[in-house]
Design a protein around this ligand. Structure first.
Ligand code: TMP
Ligand code: ASP
Length: 252
């Protein structure tokens, strides 16, 4: 088989050309970064676990009629996805105050918010992904008002689904980030959830103990990230069968 052509290398994933012009192969690396890559490490097995967990969430979303770019998992580290034009806005949904919102507004971490709050961040590493308003997005042509309305409704559906999935495994969904892309079908465009949904892009706290089960463990040096991701994958029922995620093994 000819070697795939690389399209883009990001902090945690590499994108390769897919078998058809409208598909892409998304490869999950073991690299972990935080604070706009000021902090970096290689966490053995993280890519394998995030590939599985993102597959699990995206498959569930597709099943309940929330469109995503996900087509199928190809192997331990790769998945086939629809090629989309990514809208340059990170969409963050918050149920409980934490992270940058707690800092910016002086709200104690762990405070339940009166309703889910949606924020948009402009995707630009040079600017550190600044918080922006809908006015900025429309004025600078990143998204139309109709796009933004659709993005909010998609994000709220993802929130409801993810809250339910997490509740089922004893976990609170504090907040998360998604990316949304456009798919063109003739003259029409559809918005779909793109990128990944994994503990890299969510805040997840154990309901009983408050234990953090997400990338904050790496950001804040709270323990072994691979152990925490493996615990989450096990609770979700998507832990790869072999005990080690690194050594040579059959791909299933
Ligand atoms: P924040 O509190 O740091 O703004 O993060 C909000 C949520 O977004 C949290 O679940 C982590 C996620 N996130 C990303 O996925 N990528 C990022 O670059 C940042 C800053 C946050
Ligand atoms: N995603 C950003 C980074 O890779 C920031 C973060 O998640 O904390 O550096």
């Amino acid at each position: 088989m000819p070697r795939r052509r690389m399209i883009y290398e990001g902090k945690a994933k590499i994108l390769y050309e897919g078998p058809d012009p409208d598909t892409i192969v998304q490869y999950f690396k073991d690299d972990a970064t935080a604070f706009n890559a000021a902090k970096k490490a290689v966490i053995d097995g993280k890519g394998v676990l995030n590939n599985r967990m993102s597959e699990h969430f995206m498959t569930g979303l597709n099943l309940i009629g929330v469109p995503t770019h996900f087509i199928k998992r190809l192997n331990m580290r790769e998945q086939l996805v629809r090629k989309v034009e990514v809208i340059p806005l990170e969409v963050v949904v918050r149920n409980i105050a934490a992270g940058s919102m707690s800092k910016r507004l002086g709200i104690e971490e762990g405070t339940n918010l009166p309703r889910p709050i949606i924020e948009f961040y402009y995707k630009d590493d040079n600017l550190n992904d600044p918080l922006v308003t809908e006015e900025h997005a429309i004025a600078f042509g990143w998204a139309s008002q109709q796009d933004l309305d659709e993005m909010i409704s998609l994000a709220l559906r993802v929130n409801d689904f993810m809250c339910g999935v997490m509740y089922g495994i004893g976990v609170k969904l504090v907040d998360f980030k998604i990316e949304i892309g456009r798919i063109f079908e003739g003259d029409f465009q559809r918005l779909v959830v793109a990128d990944e949904i994994s503990p890299d892009s969510c805040r997840l706290w154990d309901i009983e103990t408050g234990k953090k089960l997400d990338k904050d463990v790496f950001r804040q040096d709270l323990g072994d990230l691979a152990d925490v991701y493996a615990e989450l994958a096990t609770r979700l029922g998507v832990m790869p069968k072999k005990s080690s995620t690194t050594g040579p093994k059959l791909v299933d």
